[in-house]
Write a protein that binds this ligand. Sequence first.
Ligand SMILES: Cc1cc2nc3c(=O)[nH]c(=O)nc-3n(C[C@H](O)[C@H](O)[C@H](O)COP(=O)(O)OP(=O)(O)OC[C@H]3O[C@@H](n4cnc5c(N)ncnc54)[C@H](O)[C@@H]3O)c2cc1C
Length: 485
Amino acid sequence: MPARTGAEYIRDLRERQGEVWISGERIEDVTTHPATHHLVQSLAHLYDMQHDPAWRDILTYLSPTTNERVGMSFLQPQTCEDLQRRSTMMLAWARYSGGMMGRTPDYLNSSYMALSAASSYFAANRQEFAKNVCRYYEYIRENDLCLTHTLINPQANRSVGASEQVDPYLAAGVLKETDAGLVIRGCRMLATLAPFSEEITVFPSTVLKEQSNTNRYAYAFSIPSNTPGLKFICRESFDLGRSRYDHPLGSRFEELDAIVVFDDVLVPWERVFLYGNNELCNNVYGQTGAVVHMMHQVAAKCVAKTELLLGIACSIAESIQIGQFQHVQEKIAEIIINLETMKALLRASEADGAPNEFGLMTPARPPLDAVRSLYPRMYPRMVEILQLLGASGLMAIPTEADVEGPEGPAIERYMQSARHNARDRIRLFRLAWDVTSSAFGARQVLYERFFFGDPVRVAGGLYMSYDKQPVIKYVQDLLDQGQVE
Ligand SMILES: Cc1cc2nc3c(=O)[nH]c(=O)nc-3n(C[C@H](O)[C@H](O)[C@H](O)COP(=O)(O)OP(=O)(O)OC[C@H]3O[C@@H](n4cnc5c(N)ncnc54)[C@H](O)[C@@H]3O)c2cc1C
């Protein structure tokens, strides 16, 4: 099946959803459950966009195998223009939620697009793993599947590795090999979007330090979300079933996060991509180029999210007429600078793109590394700016029921602003509240701080991998030049 419609996604999800637990209850049907059905609708909208004549050519391309239209995030880019086609698509999807849905399916589609191009990397582990990756990429492309992923081991004791925890199967590990595949027992810390996924990808991300090259934590695979023994235990939902007026973001874009439990889950051999080789596991995202293409998607999301925050800041300034104060201008200028920085870095990564060692056109990594390290600091600061501009206005936000209720006339009289009637002012400030002060908003801040890795270790990785020699030589040359003169 080529690029799906929203209705096709919902139909398929009913059959393929995993075992989802929330607040002590097993969700039988995520497409109708109050905690999940709004996000299903939002995802369905993204799939529908692929069939909208206004978006079709931007969001899809012709499959090289079937000649039918498939999602643009599967496109294996050959030129810098292809990179731009990809980011135009990713921006279009990100703008639908103001960047609040970080895990739209293009995120992991991009990963498999790059992993498949680098199939020889997997062949270095076992020949058949290369075939598995390529087959899997085509499978998710041609069926337009929605994936989640989980990389991190439970947080029990970070001072030691997975094998030194009190329970060797606290972190998900291979219990045994059988003719049919690997049997996995244990847990992975987090999978955003898990309840809405049809497949789960399980890759290593933390560096495997165990010496043995046959260690039980060295694997990468992907399996259907409804595989027996696989469980998603969600945190409570921040979609509280309120109206779009009351919770403009939480009522639509709650992706949920889940702990992932593997109760002796069988992973068929044809779904195993890496096994038993620490070095290949540790380097898979970096050396295949997958991380760069994922960062490319992230950069597009950062542009959309910054546009939303800038728009809210400017709207608040206009609404209550604070734009003439110099410190307000300075604060909004800070968001403008952030937006222009994100746009410039995204564009630089595409302009300086080059084929990687597997022949896949790949965005330049340094600008995207800058995005990855800057945004975890920028986003919380921009949220702080909205709080500083909104002040008590972020709390003077009666609900829709109040606005419509007996005290409506009083609210209409006292909650108006210089530019808005009360209803519209409250609607704007409720949006600002959902970014800055609600549970949904707080989770977004945490998400931006951590979702792409611990910023401390990310910065350390950048220091270690960045080519520092040219600048060291530059300084040396400058010093030597001085001496000659
Ligand atoms: C909202 C949200 C959604 C997420 N979604 C996903 C998802 O869909 N899939 C997924 O796989 N992951 C997801 N993650 C997990 C994310 O990848 C991790 O949060 C991130 O890699 C940091 O790991 P950790 O949370 O285990 O923190 P920890 O590693 O436990 O770190 C806790 C603290 O200890 C410090 N610390 C720990 N170890 C070291 C060390 N060796 N050196 C220096 N400092 C150290 C850290 O700096 C930090 O301050 C998500 C996270 C969040 C918050």
